[in-house]
Write a protein that binds this ligand. Structure first.
Ligand code: FAD
Length: 476
């Protein structure tokens, strides 16, 4: 086997983007990936195969169905009986996944990157042992290694996953029929998205959240509005509900939980366990590889994703920080740029969070509380979609944009959006934060009319009591 300058272990979004950037810079690159998806070797990691993409395909299909049933009539459009074919919906999702994973394979090939199908392990002295699906084990001696082996769902003993009645996020993307009653353990991003898919298709959904607060990582105003909207949609969210056990009887699963000091039970056709993910490094590191792990089992890295072994980097879900595909991708590119001697960096203060329900929720930077805790004198501005012309025309009047800013310097600190196209609108906040904008910068810009983004302008104006389409009591 030809020798490589760089070996990437893991072909998820972090790994494959790192491989492509390295190839662009002239390195001879191999990417080792061991995933078999639906019987075939597959690149793209969790994100393309069992994460971001299949979940968004089902979110889109189920939203179209619900919107047709509930809202087409509002526009004066009459249809016959609206039905859906779940197996066709699933095939469409699989086709989208195949198209994208196939695209990544083409990209690697086109960039001259060798996809080594099998398992990689880091040995002492930066060597890499490659065990192919077929054939002999080989030892590679690259100049650089990037570890990008991602994460897997966390299991809890009180609800052991059997991928039949009790499933994890991967199993929840493969139901063959819509459950009548669906339990979800964990009101995090993945639980809310998957719960929404099946609720829209007809399931009665109960979400158990052990913490005493809904979405504690989000701005309080956003979390409150979001919980209200999801509840109105029919999602039964039980906060402070700690699951202590499960029992399977025939084709039903009973969840035992405690809430407000009371022991309760609830029975479902299916139960999704979505309590988080953990870094995946099983079989990745030889005992003498020299790689330091953190107490939580993450690979220990510095700000540039360099590990304790010179020339070895680690990125994505395997290391500290939010477990998000875009964070993994940027770290992959940064690690390669660093290897090449460029002063690249990831701005961890501007990593966007999104929940792709309907409406979507998205945020960036500091919440109001975080800003106060950091000692800022805080000013905020909030403006709703309810009086935005474009939103009303589209029947999308729920939600708002909120800005958090420093009262003394006028500097923007955070943006929080719940509403139509929040996942796209939030990028205006990203650009503003990256360019260290003031609130005034946004106030002075001309936003096209009629657009959802006008709410961004109004929210910026509202920070100083100047929103035009609202009666503002505090004025400046
Ligand atoms: C249901 C769901 C929805 C999600 N939605 C979003 C979303 O909307 N937006 C978002 O940003 N993030 C989302 N995520 C999270 C996102 O998928 C991950 O953050 C992202 O995939 C992490 O990328 P990665 O490259 O670090 O690892 P991964 O994507 O996990 O890829 C790692 C790859 O390494 C391979 N591997 C592991 N060990 C070895 C080895 N020893 N040898 C060879 N190969 C190995 C694995 O097979 C895997 O394919 C979602 C996750 C889930 C589960």
């Amino acid at each position: 086997m030809s020798q490589f300058d760089l070996v990437v272990i893991g072909g998820g979004p972090g790994g494959y983007e790192a491989a492509i950037r390295a190839a662009q810079l002239g390195y001879k690159v191999a990417c080792i990936e061991k995933r078999i998806h639906k019987g075939k070797p597959a690149l793209g990691g969790t994100c393309l195969n069992v994460g971001c993409i299949p979940s968004k395909a089902l979110l889109d299909s189920s939203h179209r169905y619900e919107d047709t049933v509930q809202h087409l009539d509002d526009h004066g459009i009459t249809t016959g009986e609206v039905k859906f074919d779940l197996s066709k919906m699933m095939s469409r999702k699989d086709k989208v996944v195949d198209q994208l994973t196939g695209g990544v394979a083409q990209l690697l090939k086109g960039n001259g990157i060798e996809w080594l199908q099998g398992t990689g392990k880091l040995l002492a002295g930066k060597k890499v042992e490659f065990t192919p699906f077929e054939g002999e084990v080989q030892v590679l001696e690259p100049k650089y290694v990037i570890l990008a082996t991602g994460s897997v769902p966390i299991n809890i003993p009180s609800a052991p996953v059997d991928q039949d009645l009790i499933v994890d996020s991967t199993g929840a993307l493969e139901f063959q029929e819509v459950p009548n009653r669906l339990g979800v353990i964990g009101a995090g991003v993945i639980g809310l998205e998957l719960g929404s898919v099946w609720r829209r298709l007809g399931a009665e959904v109960v979400v158990f959240e052990a913490m005493d607060e809904f979405l504690p990582m989000a701005d309080k105003a956003l979390a409150k509005e979001y919980q209200k909207i999801l509840t109105k949609q029919g999602m039964d969210i039980r906060i402070g509900a700690k699951v202590s056990g499960t029992e399977i009887n025939g084709r039903e699963v009973t969840v035992k939980y405690s809430q407000a000091g009371e022991e309760k039970t609830e029975t479902f056709d299916k139960l999704i366990v979505c309590v988080g993910r953990r870094a995946y490094a099983e079989g990745l590191l030889a005992d003498d590889s020299g790689i330091k792990l953190t107490e939580r089992g993450l690979v220990d890295v510095n700000d540039w994703c360099a590990t304790s072994v010179e020339g070895v980097y680690a990125i994505g879900d395997l290391v500290r920080g939010p477990m998000l595909a875009h964070k993994a991708m940027e770290e992959g590119v940064m690690a390669v740029e660093r290897i090449h001697g460029h002063a690249a960096q990831v701005n961890y203060d501007t990593i966007i969070s999104v929940i792709y329900t309907h409406p979507e929720a998205a945020w960036i930077g500091l919440t109001e509380q975080q800003a106060k805790d950091k000692g800022h004198e805080v000013k905020t501005g909030q403006f709703g979609f309810a009086v935005n012309g474009r939103a009303l025309a589209a029947g999308e009047g729920a939600g708002f944009v909120k800005f958090v800013a420093d009262a003394k310097t006028d500097r923007l600190l955070g943006m929080h959006v719940i509403g139509p196209a929040a996942s796209d609108i939030i990028h205006q906040g990203m650009i503003a934060l990256e360019f260290v904008s003031s609130v005034e910068d946004l106030q002075l810009m001309t936003f096209a009319h009629p657009t959802f983004s006008e709410v961004v302008h109004e929210a910026a104006l509202a920070v100083d009591g100047r929103a035009i389409h609202a009666i503002q009591r505090k004025r400046k």
